[in-house]
Design a protein around this ligand. Structure first.
Ligand SMILES: [Zn+2]
Length: 336
């Protein structure tokens, strides 16, 4: 199995760190009490040069940085390809019925994404599926529309994209109509046939956000879990749109019940995974949740729990990705 080289993870981490000013006040104000901000934790502790000016537009800066990440390709089956790098992991189902694409990278990666899709053959881009509302997964919705695709998502994704949000220091205005899903579902599952696959899309009760869906490809035995699965790193959990640590654990357990030892599991971020990787991830989430819950139930304040470093044994591996350990612990605490 092809795995994304570790160097790629490092690149991504450095990219996120270099976007230091992205770690602005909005997310922090939303999920962190003042005591924590003033105290022990380093919220999204990106190193920042002393005296460095904040980016004028953190969203533009993040788009530029993510867009500069190389695009890597992993073949999943005769019809399925995973593309990684400039945002969440993209999966392309290609064949005579047209291309069915899950997630879309950031706007600044559109040219290389389009080039990659075009390189797979002349079939039109038929459908883009959004796993959830976050911009590193939906940022090219309007470009896909302009390329002729319909956009399919859960109704909550359309609702969240229609609202303004402040997240990780970035401001998101309501999406224009041209960037909204053209077809949504509110049922637990939604089926779609294309290129010999009988895709199963399923709503995930609030976990990473309240918009998450999974996409299952039964013939190829592939599953895309969106950002309910960060492979090998602490996950971001968006409490502002319904996410919680318990929701993440429920989602991971549910996903484990839908896969077997041969299933290729695409995470929202990180390298291609499998059942063993998803199990390790679930186990870390459960261990951290239980430790934080115990302390919170005993009356400990969030900064005390963060200072006790309940994730210490995992940090060398799991804390070097998207989320700093202190921030992850604070999110876990605040969503319990
Ligand atoms: Zn996300």
């Amino acid at each position: 199995m092809n795995r994304m080289p570790f160097s790629k993870m490092t690149t991504r981490r450095e990219m996120l760190r270099s976007s230091g000013t992205v770690a602005g006040g909005a997310l922090l104000a939303r999920i962190f009490p003042a005591s924590l901000l003033a105290g022990a934790a380093r919220p999204m502790a990106y190193p920042q040069q002393a005296g460095a000016a904040p980016a004028a537009d953190p969203l533009a800066a993040t788009r530029a940085q993510m867009g500069a990440t190389p695009l890597e390709t992993v073949k999943l089956s005769d019809t399925l390809t995973m593309l990684s790098g400039p945002g969440g992991n993209v999966v392309v189902l290609n064949g005579p019925d047209g291309k069915v694409v899950v997630d879309s990278f950031v706007q600044t990666a559109w040219a290389k994404l389009k080039q990659s899709l075009d390189g797979m053959g002349n079939a039109p881009i038929r459908v883009l599926i959004d796993t959830h509302w976050h911009f590193d997964h939906t940022d090219n919705n309007s470009n896909f529309r302009a390329a002729g695709a319909q956009i399919l998502a859960h109704e909550n994704t359309k609702k969240r994209l229609s609202e303004p949000h402040d997240l990780l220091g970035m401001h998101f205005a309501p999406s224009p109509a041209s960037a909204l899903p053209t077809q949504t579902f509110t049922t637990a599952t939604h089926r779609m046939q294309a290129n010999g696959e009988n895709l199963l899309l399923g709503y995930i009760p609030p976990a990473h956000t309240d918009t998450d869906i999974y996409i299952q490809y039964p013939r190829a035995n592939v599953m895309h879990l969106g950002d309910t699965f960060f492979n090998g790193m602490y996950p971001f959990i968006d409490a502002g749109t319904g996410g919680s640590i318990n929701g993440m654990i429920v989602a991971a357990n549910r996903s484990l019940g839908m896969v077997d030892g041969s299933t290729k599991i695409v995470p929202g971020h990180g390298p291609l995974g499998d059942r063993a990787a998803l199990t390790r991830y679930r186990d870390v989430l459960v261990t951290v949740r239980d430790r934080v819950q115990r302390e919170k139930s005993a009356g400990k304040k969030v900064d005390e729990v963060v200072a006790a470093k309940p994730t210490a044994e995992f940090d060398a591996t799991w804390g070097t990705g998207f989320m700093q350990p202190d921030v992850f612990v604070a999110i876990v605490y605040n969503t319990l």
